[in-house]
Write a protein of this length. Structure first.
Length: 548
C-alpha cells in the first residue's frame, strides 16, 4: 500500500460525528425495500420457517464475511471503491469502476420506485382512497370499463399511476405527475447528500429509525385484525421438504447478498470515514444481524395484514354463496351462517345435487387466498393497498405505510449516492477548491435527466429489466473478484495483519477459512446457478392486460 495503516495521513477527510451515526448509516443502507416486500415473500413460497435454515447459513458463511471484508477495506485504506481497489492493484481498478457503475444504475431506478411511493403518499390524503373505488365513465352512466374489468386497485396502479403502455416497444409519452414526483425525490436526495456524510449523517437519524416506529405501529394494529393469526401460521409453519429444492438455497444466498448491499461500493465509502482504529469486525456482525432481524420483524406485520386480507376475502366468498343458497331454497335469513356453512353444503349436496350444481357456487378455500403470494411493487402497490382499504381508518394507515416505504428507500439511496459521490470526489472530477454542493448537484441533476425515461408509459417495463439485470449478476461478479483480490493479490496474511492492527486482536480462523474458500465458492455456485436459471427461460416481462 502507498500508505500503511501504521502511518495514516491526516488528509482532512470528513469523519462521522459518532460511532452510532456510522452504524445507523450502514443499517439504513442495508435495510431497504427488499426487507419489507421480498423477504416475507421468499419465506412464504419456500416453506415458511424452513427458509430460515438456508437463510442463516448463507448469512454466516457469505453475508457477514463479505460485509466484514468491505468494511475493513474501506477503513484500512480510507478511500472509496475505485481508489481502494486501485491502491491494492491497478489490475483491480475495474472492480471499483464496476461497483461505481452498478451504484449509478441502481440509483436511477431505485429513486423512480420512490417516485411511485411519493405519488401514492400524495393520493393517500384523499377520502375515499382513490384506489378503493372505480371512477365513473365519461357519460357518468356506470363505472370505467377498464377499471371494472380489473379492480380499482389494479386500475389506479397501472392506469392512473403508470399509465402503462401495452408493451415495451410502445414508449408513449412522459407522464407529468411522475416527472414532478421524480424531480421532488431527486431534490430531497440532493438536500440530504449535499455535503456527503456531513448531511446524510444527520438525515439518517430520521430515515433509518422512523421505519421501525411505523413497523411497530403496524405490528400492534396487524395483530388485532381478524385473520392475523392465520397469516402468521401460514408464514412461519416450516415445511422441511422444501429444503430439497436447490432454488430455496439459491434464493436464500441471493437474498442475503443483495439485502446487505454488498459490492455496491457504498459500504466501502462509509467505512472510509472511520478512524483506522475501529472494531470493523464487531460493526459487520452488528449490521448483518440487525438487517436480518429487521426482515423477520417486518414479516410479522406484513403477514398479519395479508392474513386479514385473505380472511376478509374468504368471508366475502362465503357470504355470497350463503345469499345464493338462501335465495334458491327460500330459507329463513341467518339460517345459514359462516360457522355452519360446511355442514349445510354437505346436506344440500346429498339432498339436492342438481340444484347446488346449478348455482355454480364459488370454491371458498382460505388456503387459496393465503397462497396468493406476490413480492416487490405488486406487494406494495396492489396487495397491501387493497388490504389497507379494508382496515378501519384506512387513510391514516396508507399515509403511514408510504412514509415508511419512502424512509426505507431514502436511507438506501444515501448509500448508493455515497458509492457514486466518494470515488468522483477522490478522482477530483471537479477542482478540489469547488464546493461539494456542486458535485452533489451535478450527480443528482444528471441522474434526474437520465431517469426521465422511466416516466414514459413504458417506464415500468424498463424498471423491471434494470432490477433483474443491473443489480444482480454484476454484483456477484464484483464480490467474487473482491474476495480474490484481497486473498490472492493483496494476500490474506497481509490483510489479516491490517485488520489485527485496526481491531487490536488477531483475526480468527473463521474469517481465514470463509475468505479463502467458503465465500468465493458460494459466490461461484450462486453465480453459476443464477446464470443457468436465466438461460433456461428467455428474457421476458409482464405486460398489463385489464382482462386478466
Amino acid at each position: 500500500l502507498s500508505a500503511t495503516p501504521e502511518t495514516p495521513k491526516e488528509d482532512g477527510r470528513p469523519k462521522w460525528d459518532n460511532k452510532f451515526q456510522y452504524i445507523l448509516s450502514c443499517i439504513g443502507f442495508a435495510v431497504g425495500l427488499g426487507n419489507v416486500w421480498r423477504f416475507p415473500y421468499l419465506c412464504q413460497i419456500h416453506g415458511g420457517g424452513a427458509f430460515l435454515i438456508p437463510y442463516f447459513i448463507a448469512l454466516l458463511f457469505e453475508g457477514i464475511p463479505l460485509l466484514h471484508l468491505e468494511l475493513a477495506l474501506g477503513q484500512c485504506l480510507r478511500k472509496g471503491s475505485i481508489g481502494a481497489w486501485n491502491t491494492i492493484s491497478p489490475y483491480l481498478g475495474g472492480v471499483g469502476v464496476g461497483s461505481w457503475m452498478v451504484s449509478v444504475l441502481v440509483s436511477l431506478y431505485y429513486n423512480t420506485v420512490l417516485t411511485w411511493v411519493m405519488w401514492y403518499f400524495i393520493n393517500s390524503f384523499q377520502e375515499p382512497l382513490p384506489w378503493s373505488v372505480c371512477p365513473l365513465n365519461e357519460n357518468r352512466t356506470g363505472f370505467n370499463e377498464e377499471c371494472y374489468e380489473s379492480t380499482a386497485v389494479n386500475y389506479f396502479w397501472y392506469r392512473k399511476t403508470l399509465n402503462i403502455s401495452p408493451d415495451i416497444a410502445e414508449s408513449g409519452t412522459f407522464q407529468w405527475w411522475l416527472i414532478l414526483c421524480l424531480a421532488a425525490c431527486w431534490a430531497i436526495v440532493y438536500l440530504c447528500t449535499i455535503r456527503g456524510i456531513e448531511t446524510t449523517g444527520k438525515a439518517i437519524y430520521v430515515t433509518a429509525i422512523f421505519p421501525y416506529l411505523v413497523l411497530t405501529i403496524f405490528l400492534i394494529q396487524g395483530l388485532t385484525l381478524p385473520g392475523a393469526t392465520e397469516g402468521l401460521i401460514y408464514l412461519f409453519t416450516p415445511n422441511l421438504n422444501t429444503l430439497k429444492n436447490p432454488r430455496v438455497w439459491l434464493d436464500a444466498a441471493t437474498q442475503i447478498f443483495f439485502s446487505l448491499s454488498l459490492a455496491f461500493g457504498g459500504l466501502i465509502a462509509f467505512a472510509s470515514y472511520n478512524p483506522t482504529k475501529n472494531d470493523c469486525e464487531k460493526d459487520a456482525v452488528t449490521v448483518a444481524i440487525v438487517n436480518s432481524m429487521t426482515s423477520l420483524y417486518a414479516s410479522i406485520p406484513v403477514f398479519s395484514v395479508l392474513g386479514f386480507k385473505a380472511t376478509t376475502a374468504y368471508w366475502d366468498c362465503l357470504d355470497r354463496n350463503i345469499v345464493n343458497i338462501i335465495n334458491e331454497f327460500d330459507l329463513p335469513e341467518e339460517s345459514i351462517m359462516r360457522q355452519n356453512y360446511t355442514s349445510w353444503i354437505h346436506f344440500l349436496n346429498s339432498s339436492y345435487p342438481e340444484k347446488i350444481a346449478g348455482l355454480k357456487l364459488k370454491s371458498c378455500d382460505l388456503q387459496e387466498f393465503l397462497d396468493q403470494s406476490v413480492s416487490g411493487t405488486g406487494l406494495a402497490f396492489i396487495v397491501f393497498t387493497q388490504a389497507i382499504i379494508l382496515m378501519p381508518g384506512s387513510q391514516a394507515w396508507a399515509i403511514l405505510f408510504f412514509i415508511m416505504l419512502f424512509s426505507l428507500g431514502l436511507s438506501s439511496m444515501f448509500g448508493n449516492i455515497e458509492g457514486v459521490f466518494t470515488p468522483l470526489l477522490e478522482l477530483q472530477i471537479i477542482p478540489k477548491s469547488a464546493p461539494k454542493e456542486l458535485l452533489s448537484g451535478i450527480i443528482c441533476l444528471i441522474s434526474f435527466l437520465i431517469a426521465l425515461c422511466f416516466t414514459l408509459r413504458s417506464g415500468s417495463y424498463w424498471i423491471d429489466i434494470f432490477d433483474r439485470y443491473a443489480g444482480s449478476v454484476p454484483l456477484l461478479v464484483i464480490a467474487f473478484f473482491e474476495v480474490i483480490g484481497i486473498v490472492y493479490i493483496y494476500k490474506i496474511k497481509r490483510f489479516s495483519e491490517d485488520v489485527e492492527w485496526m481491531t487490536g486482536r488477531k483475526l480468527s480462523l473463521f474469517w481465514q477459512i470463509t475468505w479463502r474458500f467458503i465465500s468465493p465458492l458460494l459466490l461461484l455456485i450462486v453465480f453459476t446457478a443464477f446464470v443457468t436459471l436465466q438461460m433456461q427461460k428467455p428474457p421476458s416481462y409482464t405486460a398489463w392486460n385489464p382482462k386478466y
